[in-house]
Design a binder for this molecule. Structure first.
Ligand code: PGA
Length: 224
């Protein structure tokens, strides 16, 4: 079953989650997961599969502001993003921390979604497979990989289908994992991306806040 992961980032409110859930039409042929901010996870749990966007890298203790994997489990989270490029770039999240977060999530049976992706510079210098290999050093079995080229996030710039096929095939050949594509996915381009060989789903940011686009993706992408 293909994954449709909705990354709401630091957006939403109780009323917008409620109206999303009221209008959302689940399609059992897809695994649709809402990655909302911490306050909304428990609120949405039970009405849609829920995930978190972050987790503490520590066991419980004196870590002000952090949210532990055990707490996420109690809230009903089944998945958690780790290593999103926004966190790597804006919050200096390191591979070391991401690795610790994966370990915490596994302890509580939450599936980690490891976000990786090259910069435009890496791609122009043809170093993208090198960068991906470096970021995949912390990969372990049971982790889903979300490949999101940094220059595609929120920009409307999408790699060609051939480029997506190249990277998804490279990852599939070297690691035992499912692969999601992320970066500027919307109702217009989702179908083509979901049909690329080796792509097991999509991670959608901006367009995921629009329930009409989400419904259209899960109902029109393969005609059922
Ligand atoms: P975008 O974000 O769909 O708005 O490009 C994707 C993401 O950052 O996960």
């Amino acid at each position: 079953m293909k994954h449709i992961f909705l990354n709401w980032k630091q957006n939403g409110s109780f009323s917008s989650v409620l109206s999303f859930l009221t209008d959302f039409k689940n399609n059992p042929n897809y695994n649709t997961v809402l990655f909302a901010s911490f306050p909304y996870i428990q609120f949405a749990s039970g009405k849609i599969t829920v995930g978190a966007q972050n987790v503490s890298s520590f066991n419980n203790g004196s870590y002000t502001g952090e949210v532990g994997a055990d707490m996420l489990q109690e809230m009903g989270a089944k998945y958690c993003l780790v290593g999103h490029s926004e966190r790597r770039m804006l919050l200096n999240e390191s591979c070391f921390q991401v690795n610790q977060k994966i370990a915490q999530l596994k302890k509580y049976n939450i599936t980690p979604v490891l976000c990786i992706g090259e910069t435009l510079e890496d791609r122009q210098e043809k170093k993208y497979l090198e960068k991906i290999t470096k970021q995949m050093k912390i990969f372990t079995e049971g982790v889903i990989v979300a490949w999101e080229p940094c220059f595609s996030i929120g920009t409307g710039i999408i790699p060609t289908s051939a480029e997506i096929l190249e990277v998804s095939t490279f990852i599939k050949q070297n690691y035992n994992t499912e692969i999601l594509y992320g970066g500027s996915v919307n109702a217009k381009n989702a179908k083509e991306i979901l049909n690329i060989n080796n792509v097991n789903g999509v991670l959608i940011g901006g367009a995921s806040l629009d329930v009409k686009q989400v419904n259209s993706i899960i109902y029109d992408s393969n005609g059922n």
